[in-house]
Design a protein around this ligand. Structure first.
Ligand code: ZN
Length: 384
């Protein structure tokens, strides 16, 4: 089975490449923000419908700006004598930026995301190259407008031709290149195991088979260090080089925390997907739980959202099933052996005795067993 996979590597640009990339990132960001403003203004000023449908009075509204409209407007914008720099970079990432914006709008209309936001210079910068804007010859990648290939640190290999390339720079000034490649996957043996998983804070994952992942709490580990660095930053003069350096140190620490967390989650998701044919989990209202400030940091440190994302795509690669069950199902409060449901179960109770059947239930494992049972029933009946 052929699958699209992403491969991400760090690379080290030469001085001229760094300059070229800074220009490309800047222009891409400029065009994205310009097109976002254009689409937003046309919505408010001209009273057009962003979705191009009919307004409530029954009158057909003027059609909203589409990707094609913004693309035509960009051609005009490039002729602006006051913006000669727009022509100095490859046109492809600029166009791709418009496409990304279009996707962002589509997701917004489907109710999947919030309204698209302006891109900021301080955040991660990126540029997307279609195949007509890069050369891939004998394992060497050369981007449009560049004379030399990128110096990439190859951490793993892929076969197959790259379909597109994304180059990015994170806030700690590291450069990365991602290849989107269509690849034949070496299939894993089907497994006969099925598992229910409960996501938590003490252990990021507890499985119905008793496995508990632990929680390395990467953020908490570096919290004190982060506080020190932030205090130092606050004392530096605005706009000074020292302030820049202090901010870079913080960005680097954040990057380290995020890398460690991802590494932990990758190992965990690979283990679960390789061992089980079906994995049942609760759908999480992660954002709702984040509103609880006492728990927000601890929850963010678990990376549940990222973990579920990894589970989902790895399951797809290897033909495994992920079943998400209703989050209102009382997985913790239900006694798995007998089905008795408690009125309440405070968060700090890790172990409880069922008043009905006297079973002693470990909180998380019991929840995972319930999730497994419900998942098997629901998905066997095709009720997903
Ligand atoms: Zn019971």
């Amino acid at each position: 089975m052929k699958q699209l996979r992403g491969f991400k590597y760090r690379f080290y640009p030469t001085d001229s490449q760094r300059l070229e990339l800074a220009q490309t990132f800047g222009c891409t960001r400029f065009v994205y923000n310009w097109a976002l403003a254009l689409r937003t203004n046309s919505y408010y000023q001209d009273n057009v419908s962003l979705t191009g449908d009919i307004n409530c009075a029954g009158n057909p509204r003027r059609r909203a700006l589409s990707y094609t409209d913004t693309s035509k407007a960009l051609t005009k914008l490039k002729k602006d004598p006051e913006k000669p720099w727009l022509k100095q970079v490859s046109a492809v990432p600029l166009q791709q930026g418009l496409r990304h914006l279009n996707t962002a709008f589509q997701n917004f209309f489907k109710g999947k995301t919030k309204y698209p936001r302006f891109k900021k210079k301080a955040n991660r910068q990126s540029a997307h190259y279609a195949p007509n804007a890069f050369k891939w010859v004998e394992g060497k990648l050369t981007l449009a407008k560049m004379s030399q290939p990128l110096k990439i640190k190859w951490s793993r290999y892929f076969t197959g031709e790259p379909k597109s390339i994304t180059v990015s720079k994170d806030p700690s000034n590291r450069y990365f290149v991602s290849f989107l490649v269509e690849e034949e996957l070496d299939g894993w043996q089907p497994s006969t195991e099925e598992v229910g998983i409960d996501l938590g804070i003490k252990d990021v994952v507890v499985c119905s088979n008793g496995f508990a992942s632990g929680n390395p709490k990467h953020y908490q580990k570096y919290q004190a260090r982060l506080k020190t660095l932030q205090r130092r930053l606050a004392k530096k003069k605005k706009g000074s080089n020292n302030r820049y350096k202090a901010r870079l140190k913080i960005a680097k620490l954040h990057a380290k925390i995020s890398d460690c967390r991802k590494d932990f989650l990758h190992k965990l998701s690979t283990k679960l997907v390789s061992e089980n044919q079906a994995i049942y989990t609760e759908t999480l209202a992660v954002k709702n739980m984040m509103a609880n400030h006492k728990l927000a940091k601890a929850i963010a440190d678990c990376g549940w959202g990222e973990f579920l994302r990894q589970l989902e795509y790895k399951a797809k690669w290897h033909d495994r099933k992920i079943g998400a069950i209703d989050r209102w199902f009382p997985s913790s409060k239900r006694c798995n052996p007998c089905g008795h449901i408690l009125d309440k179960l405070p968060l700090d109770v890790r172990e409880w005795t069922c008043p009905s059947c006297n079973s002693v239930n470990l909180r998380d494992e019991n929840a995972a067993l319930n999730i497994l049972a419900v998942g098997q029933t629901v998905f066997a009946c095709g009720l997903s």
